[in-house]
Design a protein around this ligand. Structure first.
Ligand code: DQA
Length: 169
C-alpha cells in the first residue's frame, strides 16, 4: 500500500500567543477616541470566539519590557506556532524587544489598534517591524483578528522561513 499523501501535521491545532505591551491593559478606558471602547478582556473573547476552535490561544499582557522579553524567549522554547504582538509604546524604541523577536524562529506579527503611520512622527517608526513577519496597523481589534488569520495561513503572509531581510549579515 502506498503512503497517504496527506501530511497530518497540517491539521494540528496551532498554538498562538497574543502579547500586549504597556498600557494595553487599560483598553476601553484609555483614549477611547484613538483606541476604541473595546476592553482587552472583550478583545480576547472576540479572538476566542473567532479562532478558539482552530487554534489554542494564549494571552499575555505586561507593562514591563523585561517581562515581555522573558515571555517571548519562553514561547520560543515552548510549542508556539506564532505570536501576535502589540508592543505598545515599546514599538518605537525597545531594542531589547527587537532583539528578543529577532532571536526566535517563531513568526511574529506586529499589530496596532491605531494606524501608527498616520499619527505623531515618533510613532511612525517601529524597531520591531523589520524583524517581524509583517505589520498590521489601524484596524482596531480587527488588527489582532487579521494577525491570527495571517499566522494560521489563511492569508499569504506567513511561511516556514525567516524573511530574506533577516538572513542578510
Ligand atoms: C499602539 C500604538 C502605540 O504608538 C502606542 O504607544 C500604544 C498602542 C496601538 O495599538 O495603536 O500603546 O501600539
Amino acid at each position: 500500500m502506498t503512503a497517504p499523501s496527506v501530511s497530518w501535521h497540517r491539521f494540528r491545532v496551532k498554538n498562538i500567543a497574543i502579547l500586549n505591551g504597556p498600557n494595553l491593559d487599560r483598553l476601553g478606558k484609555r483614549e477611547p477616541e484613538i483606541y476604541g471602547a473595546t476592553t482587552l478582556a472583550e478583545l480576547e473573547k472576540q479572538l476566542l470566539a473567532e479562532f478558539g476552535s482552530v487554534a489554542q490561544l494564549e494571552f499575555f499582557q505586561s507593562n514591563h519590557e523585561g517581562a515581555l522579553i522573558d515571555k517571548i524567549s519562553g514561547l520560543a522554547d515552548a510549542k508556539c506556532d506564532g505570536i501576535v504582538f502589540n508592543p505598545g509604546a515599546f514599538t518605537h524604541y525597545s531594542i531589547g524587544l527587537r532583539d528578543a523577536v529577532a532571536a526566535i524562529r517563531v513568526p511574529v506579527v506586529e499589530v496596532h489598534l491605531s494606524n501608527i503611520h498616520g499619527r505623531e512622527e515618533f510613532r511612525r517608526h517601529s524597531v520591531i517591524a523589520a524583524v517581524s513577519r509583517g505589520q498590521i496597523s489601524g484596524f482596531g481589534p480587527g488588527s489582532y483578528l487579521l494577525g491570527v488569520d495571517a499566522l494560521l495561513g489563511t492569508s499569504p503572509a506567513p511561511g516556514g522561513r525567516r524573511p530574506a531581510a533577516r538572513r542578510r549579515p
